[in-house]
Design a protein around this ligand. Sequence first.
Ligand code: PMP
Length: 426
Amino acid sequence: APNNAMLMARRRAALPTGLGQTYEVFAERALNAEVWDVEGKRYIDFGGGIAVLNTGHNHPKIVAAVKAQLDKVHHTCFQVLAYEPYVELAERLIEKTPGDFAKKAYFLSTGAEAVENAVKIARAATGRQAVIAFGGGFHGRTLLGMALTGKVAPYKAGFGPFPAEIYHAEYPNPLHGIGTAEALRSVEHIFKYDVEAARVAAIIIEPVQGEGGFYVAPKDFVQALRKLCDQHGIVLIADEVQTGAGRTGTWLASEQWGVAADIVTMAKSMAGGFPLSAVIGRADLMDKPLPGGLGGTYAGNPLACAAALAVLDVFEEEQLLARSVAVGEKLTAGLKALATKHKQIQDVRGLGAMVAVELFKDGDIEKPDADLTKRVCAEAIKRGLVLLSCGVYANVIRILVPLTASDALLDEGLAVLGEAFSAAVQ
Ligand code: PMP
């Protein structure tokens, strides 16, 4: 039987280095919040395939829905021959998206494509070119996605030139010295130094920075952005690829803003692991591109649409939004208890079940500790816990565990995390 070492050797020989791999593990099967590798070792999955498995691995309802669709039709290309699940999904997502205005929605396959499409629409609708994104933000690995992403290594290094007219403002991050007022000033500085507001098509923001470190945008900041956008006719895009589909205690994190984005992007957990992303936005903007300007061969694939409809049903049947809040509270309590034991943990934060800890040498917030972060993850995987790190300083451990995980499994995972921490700080 193949083992991890043998498969890693084959992988290294056949696949490029740039395709990173967090752990030298090959999965064999998975169920809910547990994975078993090719050697039969069991793991608790606190990473959820990077925010994709809010409804867990192989949820029986989602598997059944996909199998049923597979037996009917699995590809036509929606723009050639349509199918009802696509339309039903659009209707149901529109219903769940904030904003007291008419909306439309359509589908693609990846988060990066959804982001690209949101910008295409904003440009087509405004007739403007410039886009403002944020430092530390992540928006994907396509050319425009990379341009919007606010972190050079490893995402942009060597891959330029990037599309023109992309500017980066500061994302509010009080822990690292950027308050709401300073972040807003940095947007104003772009209008003053780089591009007039009247030429800006869109501002794109993650409600909580995902890859950037689980920093939460304060409500007053997004409300001020909304005002700026209204004042200057700029389209506000919420990139909810990582925050969406119930991760933060509400279906969309932007529901907690008190103001609505004009366009929302979703992907990851919306289809429980099947490749699907969405652009949902103001109907008047969404209708601006010409027929044929939007879409893609596989975009909104029937299997992925069936999965996404099943995800919506599972959220209702299992009350996963309430569970998201409860999981967040439980994780936060566990991590706060851990923080009292280890001065390296200087911040426990998040929104709903999107929870993280940030690590510093000697507890000094001038000294982000990327090495300790790596060691904790390494000790955790040895003990059968999948953890993900993130952050502009690579010193954040984030948790994206399935919301369907039992309390007992969360406790077990937190206990392993505690052991991994003790081993790593030695
Ligand atoms: N936007 C955000 C906020 C993300 O977190 C990600 C993926 N980590 C993307 C866009 C890109 O999504 P994908 O990898 O599916 O292209």
